[in-house]
Design a protein. Sequence first.
Length: 459
Amino acid sequence: MYQKLTSVLALVRLTPFDVQTEQGRSNERYRKAIFSILANVLSRAFGVVLTLLSVSLTLPYLGVERFGIWMTVASFAGLLTFLDLGVGNALTNHVANRAAKDDPALLRQTITGGLGFLAVIGACIGLALWSFAAYLPWGSILKVDQPGLLAEARLAAMFFAILFGITVFTSGIQNVFVGLQRAYIGHTVSGLCSLLACLVLWFATADQQGIAVLLTIMMGAPMLAGFILLAVLTIQGQFTFRGIAGWVVFESKNLYGAGGLFFLLQTGTMVGWGMDSLLISSTLGVAQVAVFSIVQRLFQLVIQPLSILNAPLWGAYADAHSRNDRAFIKKTLTRSLVSTFIFTLFVAIIIFIFHSWLIEKWSISNIVAPITFVATYALWSVIHSFGNAFAIFLNGAGIIRQQVISVILFVILAFPMKIIMIRYFDLFGIMLATVVAYLVSHVFTYYFLYFEDIKKNLQ
């Protein structure tokens, strides 16, 4: 144990390792990953504080229905991530591959063209969503007891459309830093912006601002971080506006082709996971969305810490895959999966034991969650975290087509199961359908269909 701790601490240094040797490149990947993890801890800590405040400060004056509308509209951010056509995720691997060639001019072209392409996509998406939100029949989508709330829901959705279009671009900037294995810079900036958002949220809730303002604050923090990071890239000569139009055209061809599989993967994820809040609001009512959202956010305490540890490994896996360093990939993946399972299982059990007290204190006695629903979500948090750690490896190794097949199978199983089971078992039914469909689809796909494809990246 002492030797392991010593070896880890030896990697924590400001001076880069010599990347001319295989061991030096391995150590440098771990060094950057450790810095990214530490910065991500800071970022997520402020993010968790912002999430906690978004409930405790707003639920008392918004009420359960208005809070449920806010959570429903906010959930669209996860629901619509596929609309970037997979370009954002493709950019991570593309940047990592170009960075491995040690050609600054080529890397600048890749980053500039890729981000320019995302800016075009974001502008189109924002305009389309705004038009859609303005004319959508919200009365048939949201089940509310107060019809007057529908106008506020429409306004919030229109604000969301504009913010989401900008987020498509700024999220791509974060992806660039992941590909450069400098995610620690992005996380540090994001954390500071979340801290600023906490302060702004406090003033906004003191003035009892509406849902549209609250959405702007919550989504504005990562947007601001993205623009600050863009300035960093510009100062360092890795992004330029000069010749951007030509590079957008050139890089869009590469990214659109590579992003196609990510697009399918994100679309399947949206259908399989992202529509839960919308399904609940239209079937059980927006008040139940509030219950779902509280439990979902509570178990982020299980999911997010391991996401913090595993997310920086995407860039490391991609770099190792580009250099055919399979020993690094195998060792890192094994450590990641084992630590993820042990930690999430322990924390999920603790949260389940104390969930009633935690929810009561957090929601100020406004929310009561069924124990069967909480238990199933605790199980899902463990499965989700383990699967996410494995997916980080698959993304970095470029194993995307196989993920698409597994997600398609998941959707085929999960979507009809959710529609049926939510009517009979309420919130418990939707989570039980998720767990069963995920286990069946992913175990079948990776073990019986694509085991050899995965194995060859590890030996």
